[in-house]
Design a protein. Structure first.
Length: 277
């Protein structure tokens, strides 16, 4: 069965196909959701319905052996990779798309805070900032927060630094760092930022980074429905630069998803082991 992930009735089709529509499943249905090659906007849409349904949910992610660009290629062709005209892993911005599942609850009188989890293309992050408030493109301010992904393998740490260079992030910008794999780190940072700004600001999150960070954004937004999610979609993808091979397979088991969703929404009942919440 094929379901269009961008269709208006995607969630109802998915729930019906899995037999979990209306949250009335038997509780014995085990859903394994492999997010390895899913776009982040699809991750958020699917996880939203799965975490609100009665099923046993496991999220899987396959770590690749090779992620592009590789270090030698980037260092030899840095001018090409940093150019807006180059294809790279992708090119251009087709448009900014608000999330149907996480539209937020924003007040006109409040200031705006944008939290960006960037990828290797400057244009997509810039388009999000411009969509929210073009004035934020030309000044350094705490109203734009960057969460850079930190690879868990030492040999890939250079990608974090390259990400900063590619997105033209100034030394004065507010920059935080979280694991690309341990979703709890990103979730913890988002919760900390929320506590600092929710009373005075409209908060927008744009998950352009890793798949596991997209999982963190989903859990965070389920907990805080006032937060808005914006997606920035590219004009063109370059399949020649997609990741290759299989290194390891990672799984996160949420058990009874309906029970876990209740814990997310119940203030004080959720504890991320090893982290402050």
């Amino acid at each position: 069965m094929v379901i269009d992930g961008d269709s208006g009735d995607f969630q109802s089709q998915l729930a019906t196909a899995l037999g979990i529509d209306g949250g009335q499943g038997s509780g014995t249905i085990h859903v394994l959701f492999d997010i390895s090659v899913a776009a982040n906007r699809l991750c958020l849409r699917a996880l939203d319905v799965l975490l609100k349904s009665k099923c046993e949910l496991t999220v899987a992610y396959t770590e690749s052996t090779t992620y592009h660009p590789e270090q030698a290629d980037f260092e030899a062709n840095e001018a090409v990779w940093t150019s807006d005209d180059s294809l790279g892993t992708e090119k251009g911005v087709e448009g900014i798309r608000p999330s149907d599942e996480f539209p937020g609850e924003h007040l006109d009188a409040a200031s705006n805070v944008i939290v960006l989890l960037p990828n290797f293309r400057h244009e997509r992050s810039s388009a999000v900032i411009s969509h929210v408030d073009p004035a934020l493109l030309t000044r350094s301010t705490d109203d734009v927060v960057w969460i850079l992904g930190r690879p868990h393998l030492d040999k890939d740490i250079w990608r974090r630094d390259a990400m900063r260079k590619l997105n033209r992030i100034s030394e004065e910008a507010k920059v935080l760092e979280a694991s690309t794999f341990d979703y709890r780190e990103t979730w913890r940072l988002l919760e900390s930022l929320y506590r600092e700004r929710w009373e005075t600001s409209n908060i927008t999150v744009s998950p352009l980074g890793s798949k596991m960070q997209a999982l963190a954004v989903t859990l965070f937004c389920l907990r805080h429905p006032d937060v808005r999610v914006l997606f920035s979609t590219p004009q063109q993808y370059n399949t020649q630069q997609w990741s290759e091979g299989i290194r390891d397979v990672w799984r996160v088991s949420f058990g009874d998803s309906a029970e876990f969703f209740g814990e997310i929404c119940d203030a004080g009942s959720l504890q991320l082991e090893g982290f402050e919440t």
